[in-house]
Design a protein around this ligand. Structure first.
Ligand code: EPS
Length: 386
């Protein structure tokens, strides 16, 4: 399964198309929009989220709640568009009073984008580089998420730290133990209530100082069969495919699998997961690998930890250079979020869903749910009878 998106942050809408979709996946409008709402929420979001009420409208590829096997298309309206019709007009000439964006924000795509495209207005760049685009990704991920759910795969995520405020015990061994309720009922999507309070205080402090905050979150996937992905080629390894997908999300600066960087500090005997037989099946006494060995799933939960940098738009701006006058000035202050780490975790789930759906299709067939399920059942049976 693959997706492509189009649309600007303050344009009429975002569009997504998912191709290589098997026929017969049940699609729930409620689930789709629940994920859209999860991406919009999170303590630390700015006023834009009061304007938007994101819902994904499917405009092709689904009939009577099931995929047809054709590409699936989505539209997500930008409610804010009505405030931008002149500044973001498709064909009309620019309004006489148009203020070009000429004070690029350090850390955003603004400066390098105008250099690269020969534009004289950072808005040509920032409208698309904006993380608003991730609303379209989450919409698109409705297809791989439902596909995986039908195959018994569950994807969750939670926030481990925001700025200096962190969960006291974010041990790998507990990674898959948090209930969706304990995560989703937290305003920062953190299952540790005390840490969540500290994170919200850190966000309040940052906001009052005109600052922004990044953080660390974890994506956990359960119900995977062993053997997804491959060791044969660079691009068959799930480790590289997942890493690439996660780094495609704006502002992601680090991805760790299982123990991650900690594995580099320990001796081998304290890193690798001993193999045992449990009820006739292979199992592990730990999951330091985070569910991947040799670029393939082991069948243990996939545990990925991701670091996000602080949002570059600062209400107490850093220095920059005015592109017209070449004078040193303060960077522009776009309305923005103080912290979007809880939302970014939902986007990361979406990226992971695409990679894993692709890996299932590769191994079990690509075009009809019935055949994929039969092939998966035969594989499970073969592994059971080792
Ligand atoms: C963003 C700036 C803000 C965020 C936006 C990402 O938008 P605006 O400038 O319109 O207030 O709210 O995020 C979203 C709109 C979204 O849906 O996530 C940026 O500069 O990246």
């Amino acid at each position: 399964m693959r997706y492509v998106t189009a649309g600007e942050s303050h344009g009429p809408c975002l569009t997504a198309i998912v191709s290589d979709v098997p026929a017969g996946i049940k699609i729930s409008e409620a689930n789709l929009n629940a994920d859209m709402a999860r991406r919009q929420a999170g303590y630390g979001r700015g006023d834009r989220m009061i304007i938007e009420k994101d819902t994904a409208r499917i405009t092709g590829g689904v009939r009577f709640g099931r995929t047809l096997g054709s590409p699936v298309s989505f539209v997500v309206e930008n409610r804010d568009w009505r405030n931008w019709t002149d500044r973001m007009a498709v064909f009309d000439a620019p309004p006489a009073d148009l203020q070009r964006e000429v004070t690029p924000r350090p850390g955003h795509a603004d400066l390098v984008g105008v250099m690269k495209t020969n534009s004289d207005d950072c808005r040509d760049i920032l409208e698309r580089a904006s993380a608003r685009e991730t609303a379209a990704r989450v919409a698109a991920s409705g297809i791989p998420r439902e596909f995986l759910a039908e195959l018994g795969v569950e994807i969750t995520s939670y926030v481990i730290s925001i700025g200096p405020a962190a969960m006291r015990n974010a041990d790998l061994a507990k990674a898959a133990s948090y209930s969706p309720l304990s995560i989703e009922s937290s305003p920062v999507r953190c299952p540790d209530e005390e840490a969540a309070e500290a994170m919200m205080r850190a966000i309040d402090r940052a906001k009052s100082q005109g600052e922004s905050l990044g953080g660390v979150f974890r994506v956990v996937v359960t119900g995977l069969v062993p053997g997804l992905g491959g060791y044969e080629q660079a691009n068959s390894r799930l480790t590289s495919r997942l890493g690439g997908a996660l780094f495609s999300i704006p502002a992601m600066k680090g991805v760790e699998f299982g123990l991650g960087f900690e594995a580099a500090r320990r001796p081998g005997s304290e890193v690798h997961d001993p193999i045992v037989l449990e009820g006739g099946a292979f199992a592990r006494t730990s999951n330091n690998a985070g569910g991947l060995e040799g670029g393939m799933t082991t069948g243990a939960p996939l545990v990925i930890t991701v670091a996000m940098k602080p949002i570059p738009t600062l209400m107490t701006p850093l220095g920059t250079v005015n592109l017209d006058t070449l004078e040193p000035v303060e960077a522009s202050k776009e309305r923005s979020d103080t912290c979007a780490v809880p939302a970014a975790a939902v986007v990361a789930e979406s990226e992971v869903a695409f990679v894993l759906a692709d890996a299932y299709q590769e191994k079990f067939g690509g075009d009809a749910m019935a055949d994929i399920k039969a092939s998966l059942a035969a594989y499970r049976e073969r592994l059971r009878t080792i």
